[in-house]
Design a protein around this ligand. Sequence first.
Ligand code: PLP
Length: 427
Amino acid sequence: MNQNQILFDRASKTSPGGVNSPVRAFRSVGGTPRFIKRAQDAYFWDENDVRYIDYIGSWGPIIVGHAHPNVVKAVQEAAAKGLGFGTPTRAEVEMAELLCDMLPSLEQVRLVSSGTEATMSAIRLARGFTGRDVLVKFEGCYHGHSDSLLVKAGSGLLTLGNPSSAGVPVAVSKDTLVLPYNDVDALKTLFKDKGDTLAAVILEPIAGNMNFVRARPEFMRTLRELCTEYGTVLIIDEVMTGFRVGEQCAQGVYGVQADLTTLGKVIGGGMPVAAFGGRADIMAHMAPLGGVYQAGTLSGNPVAVAAGLATLNIVRQDGFFDNLRQKTTALLAGFSAAAHDAGVPFSTEMEGGMFGLFFSNQAPQSYAEVMASRVDLFPAFFHAMLDEGVYLAPSAFEAGFMSAAHTDEDIASTIAAARKAFAAISH
Ligand code: PLP
């Protein structure tokens, strides 16, 4: 009996589409979602007891590998002391200090429970701080599912073929302007015309929700300069890239500092922790000090924060990212050689422990270029990999994630699987 199928049939009766987050439903690749029952290191096992080498890592957080003993111990110890108090705790202070220490642009942070809350709150803060309404985002960037951000977004919306959501009032979306990613001229023109009405610009510095598209350095530099010149708050959304692409997140990679940064995923180590923070003069506008309201029953939850602290304490060890980069580099070199030998158009991108695989001869630099790649080849490739015990994100528009727990053998078997998968789709 196929337990995945049995569970999916049951789930589909009581949950829309049988899932609690759309991309999990395998809609764009077809087939039955795998129901995972346990995970360890670089692997997880489905309800049929089939093992997979995991390259989604819970969509980014699991950077030290599944069920790392330090993280599990920290969670168990915290849980034994109580699951939540709704009061300040020592662990939250330690977490805030650690984040401000690790990322130079953070002078103050507030902890929340999801990336969506972090971006939504950062935008409210930017509007409250500037007294302006208009928000600028970029095509194909996903910043969570709050109303004003579900306009030409990426991730699940792209996977389902519709980058904007029903149910978002026109009145809300009219204050969100969308520009093409990496288009310096469009940026300059917009600021020239409307710069002093713009509350904030939000971007994914490496867009992982339309596969993997990195901002050009000139684009980042121009954005920083224009935001400073016009008093617009630059929000760098590092929910995915934060402590995933390098020691100081994408801001370290580019040498550009945000006014506000949003974090999530890795900082919770698999548990619901996210944060927004940045310049102290902006953060001073948050309640209870200032007039911008934001709150959360579970914000800074002690068990979740314990998982995050334990994870970050591993991530900040010397050599962590060198090791991770080597693993990602080796994986991608193997993929590229395999695709080349099979005659499949293919390119890759990576930074730290995050990577993109494209069915195109050159890595895309914009949403339009991503859409022009052979995304039609992805479903067969995905299933061929799955049949070989390798779990990639079930969408051509999502980044992949390496963890410190992936061994050389795991990488070699993934490449061997890719050889078979490329050969299968090249016929
Ligand atoms: N921002 C970015 C860049 C993301 O990748 C995501 C989620 O994938 C979010 C925000 C939303 O985070 P969450 O799913 O925790 O609400």
